[in-house]
Design a protein around this ligand. Structure first.
Ligand code: GLA
Length: 339
């Protein structure tokens, strides 16, 4: 356990927890239950930090890109920043045009979480989110556990309970660069595979139109692995509207995504119990990151497992609603290999 973040803008100070297992080291902070560092060997055994992040707490508090962030209660967007649950309308803050993004502006990643449990290979953090927090119904107690399984897997496990029916749709917003975060120019050359047969086109405000469109014959087809840069500039309206990839794909099998850096030999397979995965190619990244590295456009790749964006307004899609006193449980595994 290491105290850091001397320029923290909140009173209590934040702590970094280091966990290790199977050749991987992860560093997690109680500031936001954030994944700060993830050291993974390459084919020759050389370790690199494969996630984007900041050096200071100030970075995490003021950054606008959700680097390494735990996002909840609702990840992604809610159109009109309002929803109806049990016949009652709940209003959130409109923090992206007229819509809500990541339950902000008072996001979980800017709060100090408390340590619930720690072992050599895992850390569990807790947050109390009171009734009305972010506009959400009910008093919720939420846990996020990061655990290394000794076999290349980083498990991120979400548990929650609320005294009213509420939305639980948690995700982790890490940006991956398997070449090492210090090589931002290499991130877009990573090879991605997404078995998803359909994706969700968005409107100009990044809200899904409600259509689920086949990837067949489009630049969104990652059913065979291809470098992210291959088709990102294709003349295709959904890419123009979002400035690159920033869309939800269906999850119908696992792994639901595999990212590879051919040069280092590192690979990461994503497993989840969520119905969707948002693939964001860092189109608007512009942040001063760890170790003095500047992260510009496409410097990292986010693969955020979650319910479909704005599903609360699309009754045909799986719903992120958990009834009062019922357990919420969700798990995503990022499984690394290097050869
Ligand atoms: C957030 C979202 C991403 C993307 C960016 C755009 O980070 O999680 O999917 O839409 O905003 O800036």
């Amino acid at each position: 356990m290491e105290k850091i973040f001397s320029n923290l803008h909140i009173d209590q100070g934040a702590t970094l927890y280091t966990i290790t297992g199977g050749g991987i080291t992860a560093v997690v902070s109680d500031l936001g239950a954030t994944l700060v560092r993830l050291m993974v060997p390459d084919a020759s055994g050389k370790e690199d930090d494969v996630v984007l992040g900041y050096d200071t707490a100030k970075g995490y508090l003021e950054g606008t890109s959700y680097l390494g962030a735990t996002v909840g209660r609702n990840a992604n967007r809610i159109a009109g920043a309002a929803f109806t649950l049990g016949g009652k309308t709940y209003t959130m803050a409109a923090n992206e045009g007229a819509n809500n993004l990541h339950s902000g502006p008072d996001c979980y990643h800017t709060r100090l979480w408390t340590l619930a449990e720690q072992t050599r290979s895992s850390v569990k953090l807790a947050l109390d989110s009171p009734n009305g927090d972010q506009g959400m119904p009910g008093n919720a107690r939420i846990f996020v556990t990061y655990a290394l399984d000794g076999n290349g897997g980083l498990h991120i496990v979400y548990d929650g309970k609320c005294d009213q029916a509420t939305i639980f749709n948690m995700t982790n917003h890490s940006y991956f660069n398997l070449a090492g975060h210090q090589h931002p120019e290499k991130a877009i050359a990573q090879v991605l595979s997404l078995p998803g047969r359909h994706f969700c086109p968005d409107d100009a405000e990044s809200i899904p139109t409600g259509e689920t469109r086949s990837v067949e014959g489009t630049p969104m087809d990652f059913r065979s692995p291809k470098p992210i840069c291959q088709d990102i500039d294709a003349d295709y309206e959904p890419l123009h509207l979002q400035g690159g990839y920033d869309h939800n794909w269906e999850v119908f099998c696992n792994p639901c995504a595999t990212l590879t850096d051919p040069e280092s030999g590192r690979s990461m397979a994503v497993y989840t119990d969520c119905p969707g995965i948002q693939f964001y190619s860092g189109n608007f990244l512009n942040e001063d990151g760890k170790d003095g590295v500047h992260y510009g456009k496409h410097a990292g790749i986010a693969l955020e497992t979650q319910f479909y964006p704005d599903c609360i307004h699309k009754p045909d899609w799986a719903q992120p609603v958990v009834e009062a006193e019922k357990p919420y449980h969700s798990e995503t595994v990022y499984r690394f290999s290097w050869k």
